[in-house]
Ligand binder design. Structure first.
Ligand code: R5P
Length: 259
């Protein structure tokens, strides 16, 4: 691997495990609970994130350029919750990603959806350009309402994304998750999904890394927690230190009680 690609990937993935903080939700759903004021929500969390996944608008407006946190730039979009979500295009070029000193770019694919081909070609063209500049592409396997989030479907989506050149794939946790990881030749990280009780979100992170995930790219279960800083620290303990769910959960409560 060329130095630029290897260096950027290692900034995002560390030595194999990562806690990415996903705060890109506004690109299709506008103001999001917990992220109404991006700058205020992000500032206390940045020191504990291995990378930040967000749009260029959020980055320019709400993150201090002096921050050292690696950036994963959301580069597909063009849709809103009011219309067909799979109808995405490429919204941010690799040149812009280089200008913003991004360490990777993220593109969603909607396998099995109405616009499957369009989104897979968004990924391929971004990989073509990204490889030219040493910019890794993270594929996000977005799941339409009509799809089952099972290992067969997610395994299919992850494998296609990797075959099209994604250097990292982000997907959802599912039963038999180890089959998804085994069939995907690049590292897999999991999204947190909708807000659930802290214990369940920590269990999800724990099970995912136990079954081969390289970490999490978690959003709502961190920034919508009653204790976002405690929660990201607890997720870090699970992902980086192999903490069990109960001791990680106790950490969140202790932090919350100490305030
Ligand atoms: C969704 O398309 C976005 O890319 C989010 O970054 C992703 O869903 C992860 O966030 P959460 O943990 O809230 O599901």
């Amino acid at each position: 691997m060329d130095f630029g690609m290897g260096n950027r990937l290692s900034r995002v993935m560390g030595k194999g495990r990562t806690v990415m903080l996903a705060v890109d939700h506004g690109y299709f759903q506008g103001p999001t609970t917990g992220l109404e004021n991006l700058k205020r929500s992000l500032a206390p969390l940045i020191p504990f994130a291995d990378s930040l996944m967000l749009t260029r608008g959020a980055l320019r407006s709400s993150v201090d350029p002096a921050e050292k946190v690696p950036i994963v730039l959301r580069s597909s979009g063009g849709t809103s919750v009011l219309k067909e979500l799979s109808d995405e295009g490429v919204t941010t070029s690799i040149e812009e990603a280089v200008r913003l000193n991004a360490s990777a770019v993220a593109v969603s694919v909607f396998v099995g959806s109405e616009r499957e081909k369009q989104t897979l070609l968004n990924l391929s063209s971004t990989v073509d350009e990204g490889e030219r500049y040493g910019m890794p592409v993270l594929a996000v396997t977005a799941v339409g309402r009509e799809m089952n989030r099972d290992s067969r479907y997610l395994g299919l989506a992850c494998r296609i994304a990797a075959e099209l050149g994604a250097r990292v794939v982000k997907t959802y946790y599912c039963e038999d998750f180890e089959k998804v990881v085994d069939a995907c030749p690049v590292p897999v990280v999991i999204a947190g999904g909708k807000k659930v009780p802290e214990r369940d979100a920590l269990q999800l992170a724990h099970d995912a890394v136990s079954k081969g995930a390289a970490g999490v790219d978690m959003g709502r279960n961190i920034f919508q927690s009653a204790d976002p800083v405690g929660m990201i620290k607890a997720v870090r303990a699970v992902v980086h230190e192999g903490a069990d769910v109960e001791s990680a959960l106790a950490m969140v409560r202790q932090i919350a009680a100490g305030r």
